[in-house]
Write a new protein. Structure first.
Length: 511
């Protein structure tokens, strides 16, 4: 039933993100170090999901029956625990068993036996079952999926998605790869997902936000030493924490104290991209902002933002003297792919200045005509999936199939820091762990958003942040501003709507 909406993934969720294998190790350690029996963990998981179900749908089991769809693994065990609890609470509950129940083993089998002892109604799932009104629990597959969903689970997922009823997914929506966020054939479209022990990284990127709905978490009583023993490789970013790294301003500071950003771009007909990037830099604290653009765009700069020093250039040679004073370059917004843009890219790269690289500058780098084997430690690349695919020489589908692997490969191949944009934007740098931004919403899927982001990043670099620090803070600022702008409605949000919001956020205006 899940409809398009921003992912509820607030600061109450943990920041450490895990793969399925890492969570299995957390399970093992919790049992070994803390003496927790496996069935005890299963009962805790079932109770956590059941209590969340009642919080979200207080009338479940009263005015609406609860229907729990169970598969043949441990995920099904959690579902059977939920069924027993509902029965003990006197609620209307039943189970649909997908697949051969004789395949259930260990704790999951014990949970099924307990549910049958509690007189829970269990019947075999068939695609022809009619269900008109219920709260449905998806306990079909969980995290163990490593290939495309097959029958009968595939039939159950398709049936469930056609019901238009509220759905709670246990641990992860069935059919979603919990490691990558890729849908493996088909996936349950849930309204809420309750994740256990370790928050699964695939819930928050790629297709994960499309199918997970609101994400909740319960550690099931796992203690800190257990988490310390498993080295996770991805961290969820918190805006409040990222903002703390932004340096304060001395009373004696002046415009030269906060850096000079030069935006390079705005080929004919694309001057707006460069203007938005320059304005975002100014609103995010750069002391000076200038722009090198096509001469016919300078009047627009002056009329819209007189604070920005607009310079018309017709060649790379004319750009060269403008590269002396800036501390940071933002290269790409509206740059185009004509010889004009190629000359500016070459001059900017050869200047040795730290830079943010976006849009057509990335496409020219991937084409390989202007720069040979480009690699730098002081630049920040911001590709969307299609640009990332061109940089890696693969397809967009391959990038999206494993965004974590893609952003790591981009950083290893090109250096510096890389932001792989999209739902659940990822940041890679020389640091061991990746970072994931869980802010943002579908209203930001409009032209110019990337130009605003590149300007934000340029301002942060100009104020002394490293490329890794700027990438983390910048992607959070940008996405959070998009969330605030979308409060007036996601449809119709424009990139320029974010610019005044950015100023409020960077000055501590977190809502």
């Amino acid at each position: 039933m899940n409809t398009t909406k921003p992912l509820r993934c607030g600061d109450d969720l943990p920041t450490a993100l895990y793969t399925a294998a890492q969570v299995r190790e957390l399970d093992r350690l919790a049992m070994a170090q803390q003496g927790i029996a496996g069935f005890t963990l299963m009962r805790r998981a079932g109770r956590a999901a059941f209590e969340q179900l009642l919080r979200c749908w207080p009338e479940a089991g009263r005015r609406q029956p609860i229907v729990i769809v169970c598969g043949c693994g441990n995920n099904a065990g959690d579902g059977y625990v939920m069924a027993s609890l509902a029965k003990q609470y006197g609620l209307a509950v039943s189970v649909l068993q997908v697949g051969d129940a004789s395949r259930l083993q260990g704790d999951a089998l014990l949970a099924r036996q307990r549910a049958l002892q509690d007189a829970v109604s269990v019947q075999a799932f068939t695609p022809g079952i009619v269900l008109e009104d219920a709260v449905v629990v998806d306990a079909i597959l969980g995290t163990g999926l490593n290939g495309p969903v097959r029958a009968p689970q595939l039939e159950a997922i398709n049936w469930l998605n056609q019901l238009s009823l509220p759905v709670l997914a246990v641990d992860v929506p069935s059919g979603l790869c919990s490691d990558t966020g890729q849908i493996l054939g088909e996936a349950v479209n849930a309204d809420i997902t309750v994740s256990f022990i370790g928050l699964k990284q695939g819930l928050l990127t790629a297709a994960g936000p499309d199918v997970a709905g609101d994400v909740y978490f319960d550690g099931l009583g796992t203690m800190t030493p257990t988490y310390a023993a498993v080295d996770h490789q991805c961290e969820r970013l918190l805006l409040s924490k990222c903002l703390s790294i932004l340096p304060g301003r001395r009373l004696s500071s002046h415009k030269g104290s906060h850096g000079h950003v030069l935006v390079i771009g705005g080929d004919t007909g694309m001057g707006g991209a460069a203007i938005m990037a320059a304005e975002a830099s100014a609103r995010c604290g750069a002391g000076l902002v200038s722009c090198a653009t096509q001469p016919n765009h300078t009047a627009a700069f002056i009329s819209r933002s007189p604070e920005i020093m607009a310079n018309g250039v017709v060649s790379g040679q004319e750009l060269e003297p403008l590269l002396v004073h800036p501390s940071v370059l933002v290269l790409g917004p509206g740059l185009g792919k004509r010889p004009w843009g190629e000359q500016l890219l070459q001059q900017a790269y050869n200047s040795g200045k730290p830079m943010v690289v976006d849009a057509d500058a990335l496409n020219m780098i991937s084409a390989g005509r202007v720069l040979k084997k480009p690699y730098r430690s002081d630049w920040l690349l911001t590709p969307h999936p299609a640009e990332a695919a061109r940089l890696l020489g693969c397809s967009t589908e391959q990038v999206q199939a494993n965004r974590f692997a893609a952003v790591r490969e981009l950083q290893q191949r090109y250096g510096g820091a890389v932001i792989l944009k999209g739902a659940g934007s990822l940041v890679a740098s020389d640091e061991a762990a990746l970072s994931l931004c869980s802010y943002g919403n579908p209203g930001m899927a409009t032209g110019g958003m990337g130009d605003v982001l590149s300007g934000v990043l340029g301002a942060l670099l100009a104020q002394g942040l490293t490329v890794a620090e700027a990438a983390k803070l910048g992607v959070c600022l940008h996405a959070y501003a998009g969330d605030i702008a979308a409060q007036q409605g996601m449809c119709g949000t424009m990139a320029s709507d974010l610019i005044p919001v950015l100023r409020r956020i960077i000055n501590g205006g977190i809502q």
